[in-house]
Design a protein around this ligand. Structure first.
Ligand code: 13P
Length: 248
């Protein structure tokens, strides 16, 4: 499979950043063997879709559980698809902790996104105390299976983001990340059978140009979900380029 790198801008950005980023991106060499996706805040989806048409794929950071109705402030998967989104991040740890999203809600969102033709990027990851207690494999396995209840495997992406590595500058070591991706792969194969081998598993948590090459050199790491380093065209391109080199 091609590498997959996803920029999660979280609640950052502006029209000025979109303009600057797209100009810089156009000046950088085109990459092959990698799908690069940009997930801006919802109000910027149209502007990003237009500015990056043919350059980057479009993604969203969240979607509603429901298909439509009286849900003020929510955005339906079908609406995202209509605006040109191909991917949607679901169950990011910030949404799980700040908005109390449960595994069951994440699974509903993933099913809704799948039905709308989007690729759901289902996020899982353990907290620092859980890793320090050696519970990470059990915690992530349980979270993963709960978040994938009745979710079809086609178009699915799993992102492993250890909470202690997000925005902290503290990346999981390549061995820690690769080991956990191996555990996730095993769970996916048990759950989906042979199709579980084809689901991309990407890593997130302080991915930078400096550590991307080593991470992508790991057998079980198929790409990255990038926060802070995705706000600059050059550094996101360098990460995408490392993913592309890992696949060549
Ligand atoms: P950082 O790359 O800023 O650590 O963020 C990771 C993340 O949460 C991406 O979804």
């Amino acid at each position: 499979m091609a590498g997959l790198v996803i920029a999660n801008w979280k609640m950052h950005g502006s029209l000025a950043l979109i303009e600057e980023f797209s100009q810089q991106w156009r000046g950088l060499p085109q990459l092959s063997e990698v799908d690069a996706v940009l997930c801006p805040p919802t109000p910027y989806l149209v502007a990003v879709g237009e500015a990056f048409e043919g350059l980057l794929l479009l993604g969203a950071q969240n979607c509603a559980e429901q298909v439509e109705g009286a849900f003020t402030g929510e955005v339906a998967s079908q609406m995202l698809a209509e605006m040109g989104c191909k991917y949607v991040i679901i169950g990011h740890s910030e949404r799980r902790s700040l908005h109390r999203e449960s595994d069951a809600q994440v699974a509903i969102k993933a099913r809704t996104a799948n039905a709308a033709g989007l690729n759901p990027v289902v996020c899982v990851g353990e907290a620092l105390e859980q890793r320090e207690a050696g519970q990470q494999d059990a915690v992530v396995s349980e979270q993963l299976l709960g978040s994938l209840a009745q979710v079809p495997c086609d178009n699915l992406v799993v992102a492993y983001e250890p909470i202690w590595a997000i925005g902290t500058g503290r990346t999981a070591s390549p061995v820690q990340a690769d080991d956990m991706h191996g555990v996730i792969r095993q769970r996916l194969q048990e759950h989906f059978g042979a199709a579980g081998s084809e689901i991309p598993i990407i890593y997130g948590g302080s991915v930078k140009p400096e550590n991307a090459g080593v991470l992508f050199g790991c057998d079980n790491i198929d790409g990255a979900l990038v926060g802070g380093a995705s706000l600059e065209a050059k550094s996101f391109w360098q990460i995408a380029s490392a993913a592309s080199a890992g696949r060549a």
